[in-house]
Design a protein around this ligand. Structure first.
Ligand code: GAL
Length: 346
């Protein structure tokens, strides 16, 4: 779907996203027009406007870096309870500086076809995209629940595209390794091996499985981590000899204390070290739940990406991006009202 159609769908359907372009924004550039107001810092929890001046709508998101440009994929939310179900699909934004994001439209669209997998009203959460270097495709995985089935499907939806902006074409929905898969992420390790990490076994345990060469499935074997502790919202990063995982406990849309675990290999063993958040509201991770960890290209800064969910009016959810300070195996997440990458550059 083009951006025009996306905006049309948002206005014409259940979505009532306020469109109030701020003067000075250039519609087609990644940065505002001369005289416009650019974002020059992260402001966790504050409305974050795209280059059209519209709040970014990319929840439960994940990032991908391709040829000097970051792509941010996320759940498109709308107003009211309907916003907790996929009414539009998965969004894609792009940026060269991580502060200013251009809306690239709907990357994966729901359909009106009754009974189809992506029928409007299904659940599509936590989309993550990888570039498969062996065949040039871009592969999107998301937590998928069939329409009308609550959270009982516990599957993934996999879709492919030949460029990062999409449109992505739905391939199939399934339980990887015949296992339940709800909150999930994708991660490429230091050996270039791609993994799916999922909350499985009734959300009680994480499972980690290598992807097949085409990234459309998991290899037959998988490992387990954080067993019987109800880990959700996993996000991984490699830093200085260690793989670090940030995850949450299991309390639905309500925030809880973040969890930090380290391992020498994605296959584990993973050692859990506690809540990396410190200070006021650290017990609820500053009212957020993890979705991704990013080390920007050429930088040693690690960014925690979290969601501040608003389940009564999901479109009002905001984003909590904070530096995750890592020293050996220790990680610390501190609140900042606003910050820039240069503030924490190592
Ligand atoms: C959370 C999960 C979200 C969403 C929500 C639904 O625990 O992290 O992605 O599934 O539950 O209640």
């Amino acid at each position: 779907m083009t951006r025009g159609k996306f905006i049309g769908a948002m206005l014409g359907g259940v979505a009532a996203m306020a469109l109030s372009p701020r003067l000075g924004y250039a519609a087609d550039e990644n940065t505002p027009a001369p005289g416009g107001v650019a974002n020059d810092c992260f402001r966790p929890g504050k409305p974050w406007l795209d280059t059209d001046g519209v709040p970014i709508n990319a929840h439960g998101g994940g990032l991908l870096y391709v040829d000097g440009r970051y792509y941010w994929y996320g759940e498109i939310k709308v107003k009211g309870d309907a916003g907790n179900y996929a009414q539009v699909g998965i969004s894609c934004y792009s940026s060269t500086d991580l502060y200013n994001w251009k809306n690239e439209g709907v990357a994966l669209a729901v359909t009106d076809e009754a009974g189809s997998n992506l029928e409007r009203g299904c659940i599509l959460e936590r989309p993550k995209v990888l570039q498969n270097k062996s065949n040039g495709t871009f592969v999107l995985w998301a937590h998928y629940e069939r329409k009308g089935n609550g959270y009982n499907s516990a599957q993934v939806a996999v879709a492919v595209a030949d460029n990062p902006r999409g449109p992505f074409k739905f391939v199939r929905a399934f339980r990887p390794n015949d296992q339940m898969s709800r909150d999930m992420t994708l991660f490429v390790d230091e050996q270039g091996v791609a993994w799916q990490v999922r909350s499985s076994e009734g959300n009680a345990t994480l499972q980690l499985a290598k992807l097949t060469k085409d990234y459309l499935d998991c290899q037959p074997d998988f490992v387990r981590a954080l067993e019987h502790t109800y880990p959700e919202a996993p996000a991984l990063i490699y830093h200085d000899g260690w793989y670090h995982m940030i995850a949450s406990h299991c309390s639905g849309w309500l925030p809880n204390a973040a969890r930090h675990a380290v391992a020498k290999s994605v296959a584990g063993p993973w050692k859990e070290l506690g809540n990396p958040a410190v200070g006021d509201n650290s017990a609820i991770t500053f009212n957020s739940q993890s979705t991704y960890l990013l080390k920007p290209a050429g930088s040693n800064v690690i960014i925690y990406l979290g969601d501040r969910w608003e389940p009564k009016n999901p479109i009002d959810g905001t984003y909590i991006w904070l530096p995750l300070e890592i020293q050996d195996t220790q990680a610390t997440l501190r609140w900042r009202d606003s910050w820039r990458l240069a503030d924490v550059a190592t």
